[in-house]
Design a protein around this ligand. Structure first.
Ligand code: FAD
Length: 406
């Protein structure tokens, strides 16, 4: 029992529905899902049928019109208990129109929103990490100068050149939220967020990356060779685009923190059950005080992660108290709060999952036992979106005038 007084009845129902879904549809086949992407798509389609994908899109396009970070947290947490990669995909696909909806960009919504509301699985892609110096793309101390992909206005079109590495859903997505630079000398005003359709001439993709974790997600390079899109596909314009980029990377990091929470909860359940049955020193392993201390530390980490991550969701969901986040300027303070929750969650999850492995002996790393998946998957929550280092800059920047010292 947790968060009961803070969730609405609908949110409690959503949580229960997704909890049951994960238990029945994902956990029994996690290994097969990692080996067969067609199975992943079948499970995703069931989530689409349940209305998860369309829920984040405006009602006038057939969506659910729900802009709730708390709902997003529930989706990320519950699905991550089964497969965090699938949680990442589901959250990305329901949030694909977030920036355009935030500023009411009708051209983008008209073109892309219906694709996600037709009852068919459709992917969205956040195309951000430049091949050259990926972490620079997300470093707010560089004021956009680290974004190497360029956008040049020619008549009524933007012409985009550059290459991105690792984007989730590269090659399979319908829409590419692309971080570009129109002129590095303009600082934040040079940052452009442009949505590119999959069929834009000049847009090509690399092969799916082979990786040890998040195997249920396709990541592939995205190449832009004089890609032309209508100028209306720039989400907002100078200033606000930078703001939306900072918003999106912060929210994505926070969402990754919630995925770390879900993975840690799964790890905790495995440890609790296994150590209750496995005998050592003539009693169940968890009855030894040294084991109890580790189990307690896992529980403490999970409680604190959940508290800080949902606290942030409630802040985001209560513009009446904390000020609006959609369309409003994102202050360094708000970015710092998001980055703090992500850094804490990712570090805590990695630490407690590693520690919990000690209670499982060699079963921790057996491919026939579910724990090794937790050990593998959780690591990315520290590495992506600029890594813990760039995120710590975001935290420090919320408290004082931190400069880039390059
Ligand atoms: C499963 C998965 C999903 C992903 N999804 C997406 C996605 O949807 N969209 C997308 O665009 N990208 C995505 N990525 C890419 C990911 O966000 C980047 O790999 C990450 O941001 C780091 O970029 P890089 O690998 O180029 O690291 P590099 O730029 O090579 O940096 C390496 C490390 O150097 C350190 N570093 C760099 N600069 C500094 C500095 N100024 N100060 C201190 N330390 C520094 C940091 O520790 C950093 O982690 C994904 C990656 C994976 C594996």
């Amino acid at each position: 029992m947790h968060l009961e007084h803070l969730l609405t009845e609908e949110q409690r129902q959503l949580r229960q529905t997704l909890r049951d879904f994960t238990r029945k549809e994902i956990i029994p086949i996690t290994r097969q899902l990692e080996e067969d992407y067609s199975l992943v798509e079948k499970v995703h389609q069931k989530l689409v049928d349940m209305g998860i994908q369309a829920s984040g899109y405006p009602v006038e396009y057939g969506g659910g019109g729900i802009h709730s970070m708390t709902n997003m947290a529930i989706i990320a947490e519950e699905l991550s208990k089964g497969d965090a990669g699938m949680a990442l995909s589901a959250c990305s696909n329901t949030a694909g129109a977030g920036p355009a909806a935030a500023v009411g960009n009708k051209a983008i919504l008209d073109r892309f929103a219906p694709l996600f509301c037709q009852g068919k699985l459709a992917y969205a892609c956040l195309s951000m990490t430049d091949e050259a110096g990926g972490a620079d793309t997300e470093n707010p101390l560089l004021y956009g100068a680290g974004i190497k992909t360029t956008a040049r206005l020619e008549g009524d079109e933007y012409v985009i050149n550059g290459s991105k590495m690792w984007p989730t859903h590269g090659g399979i997505a319908e829409s590419y939220i692309t971080f570009c630079n129109t002129d590095p000398s303009l600082g934040d005003d040079g940052i452009a967020m442009i949505i590119v359709p999959r069929d834009a001439p000049g847009l090509t993709f690399g092969k799916p990356e082979k990786k040890m974790l998040f195997k249920t997600v396709i990541n592939a390079s995205v190449y832009y060779d004089n890609v032309r899109v209508p100028k209306e596909y720039r989400v907002a314009g100078p200033g606000m685009d930078a703001n939306l980029c900072y918003m999106l990377t912060t929210v994505a990091g926070w969402s990754g923190g919630v995925q770390a929470l879900g993975i840690a909860e799964r790890a905790f359940d495995i440890v609790l059950e296994y150590t209750g049955n496995r005998m050592g020193g003539f009693k169940p392993v968890r009855q030894h005080s040294m084991a109890a201390g580790i189990i307690a530390d896992m529980a403490i980490g999970i409680e604190m992660m959940r508290a800080s991550l949902y606290n942030l969701a409630f802040i985001y969901d209560h513009p009446d108290i904390y000020g609006p986040i959609y369309g409003a300027a994102w202050s360094p303070e708000l970015i710092a709060k998001g980055a703090a929750a992500r850094v804490f969650a990712a570090d805590t999850a990695v630490e407690i999952i590693n520690k919990g492995a000690e209670l499982l002996g060699s079963m921790a790393i057996s491919e026939d036992f579910p724990y090794e998946k937790c050990l593998r998957d959780v690591k990315i929550c520290q590495l992506w979106l600029g890594g813990q280092q760039i995120c710590r800059y975001k935290v420090a920047r919320g408290y004082y005038d931190l400069k880039n010292w390059a």
